[in-house]
Write a protein that binds this ligand. Structure first.
Ligand code: ACO
Length: 376
């Protein structure tokens, strides 16, 4: 049976409303609450963008100072969540650790069951503050290292790098991290955000919705692509080998990770900014191997398939050049996107209707029941 309204993968289906972001296809730019994302990356901090998504306006200087103070004072994790991260198997994937940590944070938040607008905003700020700590603690425990406590002197991007390494990062790395966090913050009804909205639409709480969203982001067709793309680039290994590698992969009908996008057919609007950052990091470390190699992969994909890279591609090799361990790439995506998810959960709860689509039945027609003793 077919139905004209059915669109596999829900491609092109309008599944709801949102005031948070849209892709302006005329200029191929992502617009957050009216502001051009590229302009935000050039002029704002991640915290300003997070404030914009949670409160609907860019903060004044005083509002930003108060927001920063709130964030920095709420970075610590409850002791049992630290114990949970400490006791996890060393080979647990950091995304599994983070998903479990976020889920367990619900136990220690007195406002967990309160879906009112104000309580949701307060919980979002707490989660935004705590996720980098959970990410960094989980990682350090897995390496047999003691955790590095958050530093209230440092902003979101710098503190994240500091807690991973135990050393203050150079300014150019903080800038690169800040930009990638802004680029990852929000992107409409993508798979993980839609997951969060579906969960929220049952009137489940914000922690439940964000735990589910982390699960959805992990897959390599979504956020997990930044890790998968880096594994692929490591396999290619040299710019000279890149063209043939892509040709061979395509001949074997392999998907090239970090390429393609459901919404962008003429290139992901976030890529030029992230590629620029990648080049800046390459210049700072004095080695352009990875962006050079990536450019050959990109040109070959364009020539052979007409498919553009998505933001995960330049993010992958940029993080690699910054020495960030590959299994942390998707968790860093979480540390940014949590604010987009939270803003969508707030929108959903503020004007809720259960999300419950239909399906086309493909099973057998009516069948006569056969008693257990007669089945053979
Ligand atoms: N490598 C090779 N071929 C590709 C790629 C790719 N990365 N992406 C799409 N194609 C091809 C498909 O094989 C298909 O070809 P066909 O029509 O000959 O079968 C055609 O382009 C359409 O691709 P679909 O997978 O149907 O497109 P869809 O919109 O369903 O999927 C997706 C989008 C999942 C992003 C896809 O492009 C993909 O798998 N990319 C690789 C994973 C990736 O990078 N994901 C990150 C997305 S961005 C983000 O989450 C931040």
């Amino acid at each position: 049976m077919t139905d004209k309204s059915y669109s596999p993968g829900l491609e092109g289906v309008i599944a709801g409303e949102s005031a948070l972001s849209r892709i302006d296809i005329d200029i191929n730019r992502l617009i957050l609450h009216g502001y051009d994302l590229v302009e935000l990356t050039e002029n704002a901090s991640y915290e300003e963008v997070a404030y914009l998504l949670l409160y609907g306006e860019l903060p004044t200087a005083a509002e930003l100072a108060a927001f920063n103070q709130q964030l920095r004072s709420q970075r610590d994790l409850p002791g049992p969540v630290v114990d949970l991260l400490r006791s996890a198997p060393a080979d647990a994937h950091p995304m599994d650790l983070l998903r479990t940590a976020v889920s367990s944070l619900a136990f220690f938040d007195a406002e967990t069951p309160d879906n009112s607008h104000d309580a949701n905003v307060r919980k979002s700020v707490r989660l935004l503050a705590k996720i980098p700590t959970a990410l960094a603690y989980g990682y350090r425990f897995s390496q047999g290292l003691e955790p590095v406590a958050p530093d209230a002197e440092l902003d979101h991007a710098a503190n994240l790098l500091f807690m991973l390494r135990g050393e203050k990062p150079p300014a150019y790395e903080v800038e690169a991290m800040n930009t990638s966090l802004i680029l990852y913050a929000e992107h409409g009804y993508n798979a993980s955000t839609f997951t969060a909205r579906v969960v929220a639409s049952t009137l489940a709480d914000l922690y439940a919705a964000i735990t589910a969203a982390i699960g959805a982001l992990h897959g390599p067709l979504h956020g997990g692509a930044n890790e998968a793309a880096m594994h692929m680039l490591l396999e290619v290994d040299s710019p000279a080998a890149a063209e043939q590698w892509v040709l061979d992969a395509l001949a074997q009908k392999k998907k090239i990770m970090g390429f393609g996008h459901r919404e962008y057919k003429s290139g992901d609007s976030r890529v030029p900014t992230m590629k620029k950052v990648g080049r800046q990091i390459a210049a700072a470390i004095g080695d352009t191997k990875w962006p050079d190699l990536a450019d050959v992969v990109e040109a070959t994909m364009m020539r052979e398939k007409g498919i553009f890279p998505n933001v995960d591609f330049p993010c992958a090799y940029t993080y690699y050049m910054m020495g960030i361990p590959i299994p942390l790439y998707t968790p860093i995506f979480v540390a940014s996107r949590v604010v987009g998810w939270a803003a969508h959960v707030i929108e959903q709860h503020d004007a809720n209707r259960l999300i419950r689509p239909n399906h086309i039945y493909t099973g057998p027609d009516h069948r006569a029941f056969v008693a257990l003793s007669e089945r053979g």
